[in-house]
Design a protein around this ligand. Structure first.
Ligand code: VGL
Ligand code: ZN
Length: 246
């Protein structure tokens, strides 16, 4: 709650200071926030579209409530970006994040794995299945990279940047760095898992990061959505809307 209040105060401060003219527009995060309603992503910005796949739609194996609603929002948003990267959750059959791989365990319970506590999920997004395909209607012809993750049987990977062991990279940091991209906008499914973990890792790599709230939907398991927003706000990640773009 206190994070929310201070974030609100900061936004109000930014709105107030917007009237004070360009003298204040020196620090990069400040000028970005001042541009509310007029964000124009340039060559150093990327839209990362996280896991908008059949498995996470209301008819999928790990349904995210109203997950289908992000599709038209993302299609419009993506037209404003030169650079678009898509991620795909891409598990082996019998993956260690599946409850069915652990005797006596049910989906949404947890288990201790080598790298820490793992939430157990229904079988989902198995490599090569229709369930793992990108959502029908997702229209991102100019996307330049599809990064698949969660393909190591013993390790989950919510994040587009690194696996849950906090050690194994996916290669995305190298890709973005090599292309001179350091401004990251994250959206998709689910806000409180793969979107949040991707945003936090991008921030930890020193990138400027925003999460587009109305282009994302959450699972919200035991307060996970509030917890995710608190962590993201604390880390300096901006919570924005698709209407913040020009
Ligand atoms: C996700 C749970 C398990 C996600 C992926 O895309 O947020 N959540 N695998
Ligand atoms: Zn998964």
């Amino acid at each position: 709650m206190s994070e929310m209040v201070s974030f609100e105060n900061r936004r109000n401060f930014l709105k107030l200071s917007a009237g004070l003219g360009p003298a204040l527009m020196c620090a990069a995060p400040l000028s970005r926030a001042l541009a509310a309603g007029a964000i124009k992503p340039g060559a150093d910005a990327v839209l990362i579209v996280v896991d908008v796949q059949n498995c996470f739609l209301p008819t999928g194996t790990l349904p995210v409530k109203k997950g289908d609603e992000v599709v038209p929002v993302i299609n419009e948003l993506a037209k404003k970006f030169q650079n678009v990267v898509i991620t795909q959750d891409w598990h082996t059959p019998g993956h260690s994040s599946f409850a069915s791989s652990h005797d006596g365990k049910a989906p949404f319970e947890t288990v201790e794995l080598d790298y820490g506590t793992q939430v157990l999920w229904p079988d989902h997004c198995v490599q090569g299945t229709d369930d793992a395909k990108l959502a029908p209607g997702l229209d991102l012809p100019h996307a330049q990279l599809i990064i698949r993750k969660g393909y190591n049987s013993a390790v989950d990977s919510y994040s587009a940047f690194q696996e849950a062991d906090k050690e194994t990279g996916t290669g995305l940091t190298g890709y973005l760095t090599e292309r001179g991209i350091n401004e990251v906008y994250v959206c998709g499914l689910a806000t409180d898992f793969c979107v949040a973990w991707s945003a936090l890792d991008a921030r930890a790599k020193g990138m400027t990061v925003s999460v587009i709230e109305d282009a994302s939907r959450a699972i919200d398991l035991n307060g996970s959505l509030d917890a995710a927003w608190s962590s993201m706000t604390d880390a300096g990640i901006e919570r924005i809307q698709s209407s913040d773009f020009a």
